[in-house]
Design a protein around this ligand. Structure first.
Ligand code: SF4
Length: 258
C-alpha cells in the first residue's frame, strides 16, 4: 500500500473510531490565535485558565491586549507558564498586526496562503506548528498541522524516518490528501486523540484503531523526541470550536462547523 493510501485509510479508520473532534476549542479566531501562542509547551488546562483571565478582563481582543501594560498582560497569562516569554510573543503578534494590517486578522491571514504563512513565521515566537494551527483553525486555510503525535504515529508506521522534518511531513499530507480544510482540521485532531489514548511514549497498541496497520511500536525510542517534551501530550479535548457561530470567519465561510 502506498503512503498516500495508508494516510487516507488512517483518516477513515480514526474517524470511524472517534468521530468528529470539533477542533479548535475557542469562541473566535482571536481566541484561537491567543490559545495557539499560549499552548506552546504547556498543558491545555493551563491555557484555559489564562484565557479565562483574559476573558474576565475583557482582553480577548487585540486592541485591549495591545494597550494594556506589559506587566498586566503577563500577569493575566501567568497560568500558561513561561508567561513573560508568552506575553512578549503576544505583544509581538499584536504589534505586527497593527503595524502591517491595521489590527485586522483577516488581512493578515487572508490572501495568498504561502505569503500569509511566511509572514506568520516571521513573527517572534511563531513556529511552523503554531503558524499552521492559526491558519487552519482561525482562518480555515488548507494547511496541515504537524505535531509530535503526528511524527510519532507516522514514524511507528514506517511512513517517515527519524530525520523527517516538519516541512517534509506537512508536504506528505498535502501530497496525499485532497486540499480539504475540514479534513485537515479533523485529521490533525484525530491524530492527537489516538496519540493521547494509545500512541504514548510507550505505545499501547492493543485496542488502537490503527493496530491492524503495519507498525513498530518501539520505533520511538529517543527521549528527546517524545511528544511530552512539548505541548502535544497535554492537548485539549476540544469540543466547542465554532468560529462561524460566534465571530465572523476571517476570510471565508467554513464549510463545516461543529
Ligand atoms: S499505539 Fe500502536 S497501533 Fe496505535 S498508532 Fe501507535 S504504533 Fe500504531
Amino acid at each position: 500500500m502506498s503512503h498516500r493510501q495508508t494516510l487516507r485509510q488512517f483518516y477513515e479508520t480514526l474517524y470511524a473510531a472517534y468521530g468528529p473532534q470539533h477542533w479548535w476549542p475557542a469562541d473566535s479566531p482571536t481566541e484561537v490565535v491567543i490559545g495557539a501562542i499560549l499552548t506552546q509547551n504547556t498543558a491545555w488546562t493551563n491555557v484555559e485558565r489564562a484565557i479565562r483571565n483574559l476573558r474576565q478582563r475583557g482582553a480577548l481582543c487585540w486592541s485591549t491586549l495591545r494597550e494594556m501594560p506589559a506587566a498586566e498582560r503577563a500577569e493575566l497569562i501567568r497560568p500558561s507558564g513561561t508567561f513573560r516569554v508568552k506575553a512578549r510573543r503576544l505583544k509581538a503578534f499584536v504589534d505586527h498586526l497593527w503595524t502591517h494590517h491595521a489590527g485586522s486578522l483577516e488581512s493578515l491571514l487572508g490572501g495568498n496562503l504561502d505569503t500569509a504563512r511566511r509572514e506568520l513565521l516571521s513573527i517572534d515566537g511563531i513556529g511552523p506548528e503554531t503558524a499552521d494551527a492559526i491558519l487552519l483553525y482561525a482562518a480555515n486555510r488548507p494547511t496541515f498541522v504537524v505535531d509530535a503525535y503526528t511524527k510519532r504515529v507516522l514514524r511507528r508506521h514506517h511512513l517517515i524516518d527519524a530525520t523527517a522534518d516538519y516541512e517534509t511531513i506537512r508536504r506528505l499530507f498535502h501530497d496525499s490528501l485532497p486540499c480539504d480544510v475540514p479534513m485537515f482540521n479533523e485529521y490533525h485532531a484525530l491524530l492527537v486523540e489516538v496519540g493521547k489514548r494509545h500512541c504514548k511514549s510507550k505505545a499501547e497498541c492493543e485496542g488502537c484503531p490503527l493496530q491492524h496497520f503495519a507498525h513498530d511500536a518501539a520505533a520511538w525510542r529517543s527521549a528527546a523526541e517524545t511528544p511530552n517534551r512539548g505541548r502535544s501530550t497535554r492537548r485539549p479535548s476540544p469540543k466547542r470550536y465554532a468560529p462561524a457561530q460566534r465571530e465572523a470567519p476571517l476570510s471565508r465561510t467554513p464549510r463545516r462547523t461543529s
